[in-house]
Design a protein around this ligand. Structure first.
Ligand SMILES: CCCCCCCCCC(=O)SCCNC(=O)CCNC(=O)[C@H](O)C(C)(C)COP(=O)(O)OP(=O)(O)OC[C@H]1O[C@@H](n2cnc3c(N)ncnc32)[C@H](O)[C@@H]1OP(=O)(O)O
Length: 208
């Protein structure tokens, strides 16, 4: 579902406010940024219908009404995770359907200095693997198990790619795998199990 320009603009300004809070340690500098952001918020709220934004997110997530703290365009605590779909080709050339997002994480997502917090790494992989688990025609499923391996720091302030795909399906169970790469180097890997609740899967006679 698309998000209005006003809602997305307000989300972006709120992200800027969050960023100011973690970036500015001097109250005078913080106050200056707060005044600017407040003025922008007020100006947009004067007439939401005329608000325009550059490069709007085009949510392609399989979750129709995405309000999650992982990828919603109207939830400012979410990383700006615009999930897309592709079939791996060329270099990989295995024809596997994949969900992926290219994302830049600013300072509010920091764990160790200069690196993305491990919980945020897990959040993004959970969301992208969850999206991939809902490839067309498959019923809703929940994360049952998620195992992370942190191979290297995931950098802040530069584009990283979060990818996920189905490795195999057994009845109600979907085994998933994915990773985060920075400049083509894997920084974190995830393996997980998604399960459809019994009532959402096939009729009783064909349950697995
Ligand atoms: C509108 C936008 C929406 C956006 C949604 C975004 C979602 C983002 C991701 C999430 O946050 S999901 C939320 C976090 N996860 C949960 O809340 C799930 C909590 N768990 C459950 O609700 C239930 O455990 C679940 C529905 C997943 C499964 O319940 P069941 O009672 O149907 O499972 P059951 O224990 O019977 O296990 C099913 C099968 O898997 C097997 N199994 C369980 N754990 C396993 C494991 N770890 N490895 C291998 N097999 C396993 C289990 O043995 C069994 O095998 P059999 O069918 O052969 O008997």
């Amino acid at each position: 579902m698309s998000v209005s320009p006003f809602a997305e603009h307000t989300t972006r300004l709120t992200r800027s406010l969050i960023n100011a809070l973690v970036s500015e340690h001097d109250d005078a500098a913080l106050a200056s940024r707060v005044r600017e952001i407040a003025a922008d918020l007020s100006a947009a709220a004067e007439d939401p219908s005329v608000v325009e934004i550059r490069d709007p997110m085009r949510p392609r997530s399989r979750f129709r009404l995405d309000l999650t703290p992982a990828s919603s365009a109207r939830n400012p605590i979410a990383p700006p995770l615009e999930i897309r779909h592709r079939v791996r080709g060329a270099a990989e050339d295995d024809g596997t359907a994949e969900s992926y997002a290219d994302v830049v994480l600013p300072l509010q997502y920091q764990g160790p200095p200069g690196r993305v917090h491990g919980g945020i790494v897990a959040l993004m992989l959970d969301q992208v693997l969850g999206d991939a688990a809902h490839a067309s025609g498959l019923p809703p499923a929940f994360t049952r198990e998620l195992t992370l391996t942190y191979d290297a720091g995931t950098p802040l302030n530069s584009t990283v790619r979060v990818s996920g795909r189905i490795s195999r399906i057994e009845g109600r169970k979907r085994f998933m795998e994915g990773e985060i790469t920075a400049d083509g180097v894997v920084t974190a890997r995830a393996r997980g199990l998604w399960i459809s609740p019994r009532e959402q899967s096939a009729p009783a006679s064909s349950r697995s």
